[in-house]
Design a binder for this molecule. Sequence first.
Ligand code: 5GP
Length: 210
Amino acid sequence: MSKQLSQKGIIIVVSGFSGAGKGTVMKALTAKYDKYALSVSATTRNPRPGEENGREYFFVSNEEFEKLIKENGLIEHAGYVDHYYGTPRKFVEDQLDAGKDVILEIEIQGALQIKEQYPEAVLLFIMPPSAMELKKRLTGRGTETEEVIAQRLKRAKEESVGIEKYDYIVVNDDLDECVEQVHDIISAAHMAPSRNLDFINTIRNELNEL
Ligand code: 5GP
């Protein structure tokens, strides 16, 4: 990116139906490019096999979660299939100050709360290639009961109504291609005039002085 353009960190919200593979896409993206910082959410749900406290999530009790809300420690939070999920404030603010783009992998209610508080945020929605493929991926994961899978598919139907509110959709068919598309979208976002008002004004002032 040109050094004149904004190096200020942007919040990137990434949503997608459960099973669309957004976690895998974000892990690959952050492993490939170190300009991105992935926010770790707090949740009241139980860890899945292989998940570690502080890595995938901060696993907390209902009481701890409610305390975080009360102390204004979360920039957004939402309920999803019987549990709370929320984004800790401090990490996001620190990383933005350090010039990193911060990725929040969150669902739609949280995404819309972020857009309201941070209008400069970029909202991406990761789509599965088809509904059948989504069901296959959810079932193939093997970590969820039939009941939870059914709840997640129902939730996908509900969330699909809000996709138009996002800035971009990316189809997760081929992982590498999807990662590059997300990276390209974020790179382009840094070039938006609205994120470069200082530079535009500098050029205007320089033109006036020519
Ligand atoms: P899972 O239980 O499959 O890890 O996540 C369930 C849903 O909660 C996913 O759509 C995920 O993106 C969303 N989620 C994870 N962390 C947060 C968060 O901090 N805030 C919100 N609003 N949603 C989250």
